[in-house]
Design a protein. Structure first.
Length: 126
């Protein structure tokens, strides 16, 4: 029953809100036709500035990526060259350390092969 007693108060508050809303809507606003062109012009300049900054940043990024790509290519070529040099050196070492080459070098130095090899046995005390 208490809600039915508040019904007139609710109706009065709705009426007050409607009147206040109508007053707010009917207020005068300043003329904006002269300022509208300046606002559009400013907006266009702002958008053009953002667009130009975006294009310049893309140009800088692409330039950096291209420079890095060239550097990467150069470093890969250097790595391949160093790998080839390493393999060549390893082949030379393997060739010079073969038993035939070692025997040949030893004979050039005046060494002779041992006909009676001797072995040292550390486990025997003495």
């Amino acid at each position: 029953m208490a809600i039915f007693e508040l019904a007139p108060a609710i109706e009065i508050s709705r009426k007050i809100v409607r009147e206040k809303t109508n007053k707010a809507v009917l207020r005068l606003v300043p003329e904006i036709k002269s300022g509208e062109v300046a606002a559009q012009r400013t907006f266009v300049i702002f958008i053009a500035t953002i667009f130009t900054a975006g294009l310049l940043s893309l140009l800088v990024i692409n330039t950096a990526l291209a420079r890095d790509a060239f550097l990467l290519k150069q470093l890969k070529q250097e790595a391949q060259l160093l790998t080839d040099q390493r393999e060549a050196i390893l082949r030379q070492v393997a060739q010079k350390s073969s038993p035939e080459k070692l025997a040949e070098q030893a004979s050039k130095l005046g060494m002779v092969p041992s006909s009676n090899p001797r072995f040292l046995d550390i486990s025997v005390g003495g």
